[in-house]
Design a protein around this ligand. Structure first.
Ligand SMILES: Nc1ncnc2c1ncn2[C@@H]1O[C@H](COP(=O)(O)OP(=O)(O)OP(=O)(O)O)[C@@H](O)[C@H]1O
Ligand SMILES: NC(=O)c1ccc[n+]([C@@H]2O[C@H](COP(=O)(O)O)[C@@H](O)[C@H]2O)c1
Length: 249
């Protein structure tokens, strides 16, 4: 199988180390990738290394495939490329193309299992997988097929960042999914929470406003060259899309 995380970006595991090994995965649309997506992985790594003493093998951005059917989604080719350009700025973050390569929608738990199995086979040791996300993803889970949520909690644990300026006022601690499996969650401090989003970038591009420092320079150049997001969004919502049925929006 093609590598999901370039071997050159993987941390070395000292031979005599009995520390637990983990890969951090962020799943999303990345339409386009923002500075916050990268920062979220950095903050998660810091917490896991300092507070849990685990070895972080690497971090992955996994853009959802075209089959998700979310209105206004740029092609998986463009979103994958922008993630790759953003990951060039990191020594340990890489991009996983398994969702974009798939013609069918892959539930998040399946993506995490594929990544974990690939890395277990490569390192020849047990590898844990943690989903790094914003709290809006957790609030959307009641719309997912219940078995997909259950499988996710069986296969992985979550590192969750409060989302400043979130549309929802729900508190993560009140969410049913949290209350059912609190041991599966670790909350990241909100002192660095800020309100940059892909939708804000798309809006600003369509209004010809600056997006400097909201995403990486090579991503800005790519958006300009490919003239992405120039039209203001006219969401054509297909009621048959996976997104419409399961995204919670
Ligand atoms: N500013 C932010 N604060 C907290 N979490 C964030 C932030 N931006 C993105 N995330 C998280 O990163 C993951 C991937 O995000 P996604 O690709 O959906 O970007 P987004 O900015 O939420 O997109 P959009 O604005 O198009 O809804 C999700 O778990 C999301 O909650
Ligand atoms: N059943 C599932 O596992 C399921 C359902 C809906 C969305 N998701 C994921 O949640 C993320 C949502 O991203 P957006 O917030 O950009 O729509 C995507 O990575 C998507 O694959 C997973």
């Amino acid at each position: 199988m093609m590598s999901m995380l370039q071997r050159g970006k993987l941390s070395q595991i000292p031979e005599d180390s009995d520390s637990e090994v983990v890969v951090l995965v962020e799943c999303g649309s990345f339409n386009p990738v923002t500075v916050f997506h990268l920062l979220l992985l950095e903050l998660a790594r810091d917490v896991i290394e300092r507070e849990e003493g685990m070895i972080v093998l690497g971090g992955l951005l996994s853009p959802v495939g075209d089959a998700y059917g979310k209105p206004g989604l740029a092609s998986s080719e463009d979103r994958l490329k922008m993630c790759e350009l953003a990951a060039q700025s990191s020594s340990w973050i890489d991009v996983c193309s398994v969702e974009c390569d798939s013609e069918v929608f892959l539930p998040t738990w399946k993506v995490l299992v594929m990544i974990r199995e690939d890395l277990c086979a490569y390192t020849n040791r047990a590898v844990h997988v943690k989903l790094v996300c914003g709290e809006d993803l957790v609030h959307s889970m009641p719309k997912w097929a219940p078995e997909n949520v259950e499988n996710l909690f069986q296969q992985a644990s979550l590192l969750v960042m409060p989302r400043s300026g979130a549309k929802s006022n729900e508190n993560l601690l009140d969410a049913d999914v949290y209350q059912r499996r609190p041991e599966k969650f670790k909350l990241l401090g909100n002192s660095l929470a800020f309100n940059v989003s892909s939708s804000e970038i798309r809006k600003r591009v369509s209004e010809d406003r600056s997006i400097k420092y909201l995403t990486c320079d090579p991503v800005i150049q790519y958006i300009e060259e490919r003239r992405l997001y120039r039209e203001s969004e006219k969401p054509e919502i297909s009621e048959n899309s996976y997104w419409f049925k399961h995204s919670g929006q």
